[in-house]
Write a protein of this length. Structure first.
Length: 326
């Protein structure tokens, strides 16, 4: 099976390579998976660069999340059958055609959930779900503001927020996204620039926005924090601009804005199996009914991994880059 590896940390396009791995047949408690489909997430690229807080023993196969199809089951595996689609275990190293996995670590994907959507569900929609539920109790009609609103997370935030009765202010850095995200359900979609704050007041009728989601940093984070009402919370979960947060002191002293971080990995580490499965059950249902849809710009076969990571590192994409069979 063609498998991506990196032997040292560095620029992804120069560091990743493809090797052939002989998988053999699954042993007791194991499953052989084929047709693995996995996204290239920013965290995967940061991991290869050696800039992510988690490091795996080298050589390592990248890929935090993905899906596979059961090809063969080990002698004592009774609950999984060939042909079933399953969610792969966290940080399995999903950038590969197939492989052997412990059956107990696989979660079957219900019929009707789009395969590509399931491949991307564990990181971005799960983060959107947690951030919208765990920090400010969702009240019908309440507003949430986010930047990089066209990202995988951002689109899931728009869909899930609408489903649970929240309204969204969405900041983007390209004008052509305004119409697209409005059509996708964004209530207010604005360019992420100096005019945005006044426009937000007008378009939300000066609503008290209590939750802000920041994955950009720099002045964009300043805008998200400044749009919040007294006592509001800004969750920072990414730094796409690679710039630090810029926060006027007055926001903390006089507006009591709370600046918090969010890392999905923390939640997975603390959650029980029942809590994880309950969230996946909810997310699968939303994916099945099209509540969130993550656009895919291109699917690359494993052997084209260098072109794939180069593409994933480009801005202004129309969607995610996946590794697998188109
Ligand atoms: N903390 C966590 O647990 C967690 C979980 C999930 C995701 N994340 C983080 O969330 C962020 C988004 O992830 P994703 O997979 O949703 O991203 P994605 O779908 O790949 O989209 C990337 C987004 O970043 C924007 N962007 C790229 N370069 C930028 C720059 N220099 N300045 C401002 N915006 C820029 C893009 O805008 P254009 O389309 O205009 O280029 C796009 O909106 C990443 O930082 C990721 O690591 C964190």
């Amino acid at each position: 099976m063609k498998t991506v590896i990196y032997r040292q940390y560095g620029a992804p396009a120069e560091t990743v390579e493809v090797i052939d791995v002989e998988t053999g047949a699954p042993g007791p408690g194991q499953v052989l998976l084929h047709d693995i489909l996995a996204p290239i997430n920013p965290a995967d690229l940061n991991t290869i660069e050696g800039k992510y807080p988690v490091r795996y023993p080298l050589p390592s196969t990248p890929g935090i999340e993905g899906v596979g199809r059961v090809a063969q089951v080990g002698p004592d595996v009774t609950d999984l059958k060939p042909g079933m689609a399953v969610l792969l275990p966290h940080a399995y190293g999903t950038w590969r055609e197939g492989g052997i996995v412990e059956a107990a670590k696989l979660l079957p994907i219900p019929e009707g959930v789009p395969y590509a959507e399931a491949a991307m569900i564990k990181v971005n929609p799960a983060s959107a779900w947690r951030m919208l539920h765990d920090y400010v109790a969702p009240q019908p009609g309440a507003w949430v503001i986010q930047n990089a609103a066209n990202s995988g997370v951002g689109r899931a935030v728009i869909g899930i927020a609408k489903k649970i009765g929240l309204r969204t202010v969405n900041l983007v850095r390209r004008p052509e996204l305004i119409e697209e995200l409005t059509a996708a359900g964004g209530d207010v979609v604005l360019l992420d620039n100096a005019d945005a704050l006044e426009e937000i007041k007008t378009r939300t009728d000066r609503a008290k926005i209590m939750l802000g989601l920041n994955s950009v940093g720099g002045e964009s984070a300043t805008r998200v924090a400044s749009a919040l009402a007294h006592g509001g919370k800004m969750l920072t979960f990414g730094a796409m601009s690679r710039r630090p947060l810029l926060l006027p002191t007055g926001l903390l002293i006089f507006k009591d804005i709370q600046i918090l971080g969010f890392w999905m990995t923390n939640w997975y580490q603390k959650a029980s199996e029942a809590e994880r499965n309950a969230m996946f059950g909810d997310l699968f249902e939303l994916a099945k009914t099209g509540v969130f849809k993550t656009p895919v710009e291109k699917v690359y076969p494993v052997e084209e991994i260098r072109q794939a990571v180069t593409h994933a590192l480009q801005g202004s994409r129309g969607g995610k880059i996946l590794i697998g069979k188109a």
